[in-house]
Design a protein around this ligand. Structure first.
Ligand SMILES: [Zn+2]
Ligand SMILES: [Zn+2]
Ligand SMILES: [Zn+2]
Ligand SMILES: [Zn+2]
Ligand SMILES: [Zn+2]
Length: 448
């Protein structure tokens, strides 16, 4: 167990008297055994960073989402890239302690919007973004990731050698293995069921539970279709080569060690550095992409998908349609001004971190992403997921994004009956003021 491991005696300790700044990682820990934690589930109640509200992050109605919604609706705070935080409870504890003695402005970017969190229009309302632009936040995120990795490696080491593993084979009655690697190997050698290489897997008990449960429910592991009886399912899995887990099902991610590796660079580029990063689309050969005259009279707007720039937004939209088959006006038809802001910031952000805007696939570099977008026809937003509809996308991805100055011009016949779908966090009012000018999104109001 690492020295940074979970401190079991800190359960329920909300106080600011804790000597370690970061709360312990919240791995399930059975106090009757000294075995390393078996699961990454946490059971602790987590307090709001600012008030006395608490949230059960383990509750069925998703306490962490409620907590994040509360932070936004009541305290106007948005946590950037919240899904990447290795241990959100610890993260909340850390910042609660900081904010108990110091103003939120000290650590957060702020910006002004002309609306209240519920969408009612109101001038110059201030919102805060907590992100790894703040060195302490960056350090904290890194540290949580590191500590989580240490715990996972500890568990992995234990599972490789523990000889008290007792479990019957999923298929045959007479086989019993002493260790998890043996069990996994048996499934593959004897039954051709491929869960993964034992040395790559962690939290094997839980993985086997899930697999067993699916098979009991007569569900194919790979395509996840249901079958009428066991023989039919077996026949299907054998014939179709479906004797393996579905690699697209994210719920298996936590069983693969590789998913805990430390990222070399933060995926999220601090806003302060983004000024330079604005050149990200500008290739060396593209002499027209000189941003140095950026404050001149002829302000250019960069395409959402490539380095192409235009001074005229209509021409740029034509370019996006012709080259990327992306119809911006159609995409944002019926959306309020603020929703458009979020769409633009979301696309910029995804392109910047090389993730597909439709399916979220992570690519290693821009060329791969462009290939993917073209091949899959993914120059579009996923209609159902509404991944873009998060308050963090109110905040511009690039400080100097001219695209944001042209959103009012696409305001074609607004349909006041259009209701936003999918977002539980905010309900945008269609009557929200759309005369928020570019200034409130620009550098001056974006205090760091
Ligand atoms: Zn609160
Ligand atoms: Zn067997
Ligand atoms: Zn199948
Ligand atoms: Zn383009
Ligand atoms: Zn895609």
């Amino acid at each position: 167990m690492s020295s940074n491991g979970p401190a079991a005696n800190n359960e329920g300790g909300v106080g600011t008297s804790r000597s370690t700044i970061v709360g312990p990682l919240n791995f399930t820990k059975d106090s009757t055994t000294t075995d390393p934690p078996t699961s990454l589930v946490n059971e602790r109640t987590v307090p709001c960073m600012f008030c006395s509200n608490t949230y059960d992050f383990h509750s069925a109605d998703n306490g962490s989402d409620q907590c994040l919604a509360h932070l936004y609706l009541v305290h106007r705070l948005v946590v950037a890239d919240v899904k990447e935080i290795a241990c959100l409870p610890s993260y909340c504890y850390y910042w609660k302690e900081k904010f108990s003695s110091e103003p939120v402005e000290k650590y957060c970017s702020s910006m002004l919007l002309n609306q209240l969190p519920d969408g009612t229009s109101s001038a110059n309302e201030k919102y805060y973004l907590l992100s790894d632009i703040e060195p302490l936040d960056y350090e904290l995120r890194q540290r949580l990731r590191r500590e989580k990795l240490e715990l996972v490696l500890t568990r992995h080491q234990f599972e490789r050698t523990d000889r008290n593993f007792q479990r019957d084979c999923l298929y045959c009655r007479d086989f019993r293995s002493e260790t998890r690697p043996e069990f996994i190997s048996h499934l593959y050698r004897k039954h051709f069921l491929l869960l993964g290489k034992p040395e790559h897997l962690v939290f094997v008990d839980e993985l086997i539970e899930i697999v067993q449960d699916k098979l009991n429910r007569l569900m194919c592991l790979f395509c996840e279709k249901l079958f009428k009886d066991r023989p039919t399912l077996k026949e299907h899995m054998r014939k179709k080569g479906h004797k393996r887990i579905n690699p697209d099902n994210r719920c298996y991610d936590r069983f693969f060690l590789v998913n805990y590796r430390l990222k070399q660079k933060p995926e999220y580029v601090p806003i302060a550095k983004r000024k330079e990063e604005s050149r990200v689309f500008a290739s060396d050969t593209d002499s027209n992409s000189d941003w140095s005259d950026w404050n001149g009279e002829e302000q250019t707007t960069t395409c959402l998908f490539c380095a192409h720039t235009e001074t005229n937004i209509v021409t740029l939209k034509q370019h996006m349609l012709a080259v990327h088959t992306f119809d911006f006006d159609q995409t944002v038809a019926g959306l309020s001004f603020y929703q458009r802001v979020k769409v633009v910031n979301y696309i910029r952000r995804q392109m910047h971190i090389r993730k597909c805007i439709a399916c979220g696939e992570q690519c290693s570099e821009l060329e791969r992403l462009v290939e993917h977008l073209n091949r899959e026809g993914h120059y579009r937003l996923d209609g159902e997921e509404c991944a873009w509809d998060q308050p963090e996308y109110f905040f511009p991805t690039y400080e100097d994004d001219q695209f944001l100055c042209h959103l009012e011009e696409v305001d074609i016949e607004r349909d006041d009956t259009v209701q936003e779908e999918g977002s539980v966090v905010i309900s945008e009012s269609v009557t929200a003021s759309i005369n928020l000018d570019a200034e409130s999104l620009s550098l001056e109001n974006f205090k760091l």
